[in-house]
Design a protein around this ligand. Structure first.
Ligand code: PA5
Length: 443
């Protein structure tokens, strides 16, 4: 994996970068020494190297059980309790993969919104499938996953009886607190623990991410190896010229300080759509507080060049762009020659589609730089478990450093409570009556 910052050089002042690099070195040290804000939530830092053989074996054996008895596994969770798993699974899985006997189960996601039609349609779909369920909530009290789990549990108990359902449900939650822990113990589900010192959006290398990824048929050992290698490569002792986490955190803050308030994460493969969703949560929830923070946005190119491309090229100059660039495709496909050439693309005949995509990427990068959008490139050789492990840890570490550069606590999310309070008040939850009346009067 490589960080290429040549596309920002014409936008930055080298002396300012030097001093931000120094600050980022200190921020990385604060993370390592656990002396910065939110230092009781730094368990994720050492996770990749700490997950041991017995943890991995247990995850793999529970995953095998779900794979054997289910053709469809519902992963229930929201935010950090599902986005990491989905990011990895969708990056590795063919969008056309259909589950079949002896193949990987289909993964269905629920509990990440409150759409009635979606849940209805999902239940109808599950009726004729062999269903497994992984329910994930650290607090064990989040409304969206609780609603979805109630429905899936009911369906599974009707289908398999209480004992049969119990064999097919796995809960991942706090070691002792919350409604999900209580329910799991009462019902006798298999459980995994989310460590106290690991927040949701940093939890992918715990069973939160590892179990669904393993159920989907991917190699969690290789994912962890990639992350562990990035953990070493971003250590406090690694000098800035070799430490790409420090470099990325410093560059993005330098751009932010110069008025570039929005970072767009761009990809050129639809497989990375959910990696971008995960990244948006990671940076948005970690940095957007105290009236500060780089706004994380995402685009899927070349699709979004036909929608967001105009704004990026010529809109307000408050953007910078970070491209996750994948060097090699899995399979070769060449554009056929056509005698009539009515679509006038015979100049592309015989070329690999990957080469056309690459030229779109290079051409876009240069056009955006010329249009005033600084460009950072994160180059990964191939979409596989190892590279994704590296990339995910790279973003997590950079996010911690970057949050400290902004002088915020990157590991809390107090702002997430505001909507919940209003929703509970409007739905008449006990204890919220007065607030509910006040809110209704505002409609
Ligand atoms: O990163 C976070 O902490 C949040 O996104 C949580 O993961 C999300 O709100 C879900 O919370 P819980 O796992 O408690 O249901």
């Amino acid at each position: 994996m490589h960080l290429n910052i040549s596309g920002v050089e014409s936008f930055i002042d080298k002396t300012a970068l030097k001093s931000l690099n120094e600050a980022a070195i200190q921020a990385n040290r604060q993370l390592g020494n656990k002396t910065g804000k939110g230092n009781d939530f730094l368990g994720w830092l050492a996770l990749p190297a700490m997950v041991n053989e017995s943890d991995i074996s247990r995850i793999e054996s529970v995953a095998d059980r779900l794979r054997e008895n289910s053709d469809t596994v519902v992963v229930i969770g929201i935010g950090g309790s599902y986005l990491g798993a989905r990011a990895v699974i969708e990056a590795l899985q063919s969008p056309f993969e259909e589950c079949a006997q002896g193949r990987n189960p289909k993964i269905v996601y629920a509990g990440h919104h409150l759409d009635e039609d979606y849940l209805n349609e999902m239940l109808a779909f599950l009726k004729n499938r062999q269903v497994g369920c992984i329910v994930i909530s650290k607090s064990g009290t989040t409304t969206e996953p609780a609603v979805a789990f109630r429905l899936v549990k009911q369906l599974m108990e009707e289908k398999y009886g209480n004992d049969g359902a119990k064999e097919r449900i796995v809960a991942i939650t706090d070691k002792s607190q919350g409604a999900l822990r209580q329910m799991a113990e009462q019902e006798g589900y298999s459980t995994f623990v989310i460590p106290d010192d690991v927040g949701g959006r940093f939890s992918i290398f715990t069973p939160v991410g590892l179990l669904p990824i393993s159920v989907a048929g991917f190699d969690i050992r290789s994912l962890l190896k990639g992350a562990a290698d990035m953990e070493k490569a971003s250590d406090v002792d690694v000098p800035v010229n070799k430490n790409i986490c420090i470099q990325y955190a410093a560059i993005r803050n330098l751009l932010y300080n110069s008025g570039k308030k929005i970072e767009i994460l761009a990809n050129y493969t639809p497989r990375l759509h959910y990696l971008t969703e995960w990244w948006k949560q990671l940076f948005g929830e970690s940095e957007g507080k105290d009236g500060k923070g780089i706004f994380p946005a995402g685009v899927d190119f070349t699709s979004d060049l036909h929608s967001m491309g105009q704004y990026i090229q010529e809109g307000e100059r408050i953007l910078f762009e970070t491209v996750v660039s994948v060097e090699q495709q899995n399979n070769e496909l060449r554009i056929p020659h056509d005698e009539q050439n009515l679509d006038q693309i015979n100049f592309l005949a015989g070329k690999r589609i990957g080469e056309v995509n690459r030229m779109a990427e290079m051409g876009t990068m240069l056009a955006h730089i010329d249009g005033g959008v600084p460009n950072i490139r994160i180059e990964i050789p191939h979409l596989d478990e190892y590279s994704l492990g590296q990339l995910i840890y790279f973003f997590e570490k950079s996010c911690g450093i970057s949050g400290y550069l902004l002088d915020v606590n990157p590991f809390n999310q107090p702002g997430v409570e505001a909507y919940k309070k209003n929703m509970f008040a409007l739905l008449g939850k006990s204890g919220y009556e007065i607030e509910g009346e006040k809110l209704k009067a505002r409609f």
